[in-house]
Design a protein. Structure first.
Length: 94
């Protein structure tokens, strides 16, 4: 090896520049997220990217937060008033 040792006892050169691979370290999955057109839902889906920078034991908090938000968004869709239902011919009495 031709790596030189500096005055602090540290190895200089390519060996020092090499990064150590840690399979347990957080790493982005690189999963793309397609916009839905609903701002609230898109924001929740972007929140999933926060898990990319956390250790595995931190993922559950992000996933639960996103799940809760998506459930609330779906519930809000059910709560919106729609047009009144058409009258049944049996409801009209003379």
């Amino acid at each position: 090896m031709n790596d030189e040792v500096d005055d602090k006892g540290e190895v200089a050169g390519a060996a020092a520049a090499a990064t150590v691979y840690d399979p347990a370290a957080p790493a982005p999955l690189g999963v793309g997220r397609t916009p839905t057109g609903h701002a609230d839902v898109d924001a929740l889906l972007e929140r999933l990217g926060d898990a990319d920078h956390l250790a595995a034991d931190g993922h559950i908090e992000v996933y639960e937060d996103v799940h809760r938000g998506l459930r609330e968004a779906l519930t809000a869709l059910d709560a919106r008033p729609g047009p009144p239902a058409p009258l049944s011919p049996y409801d009209i009495r003379s």
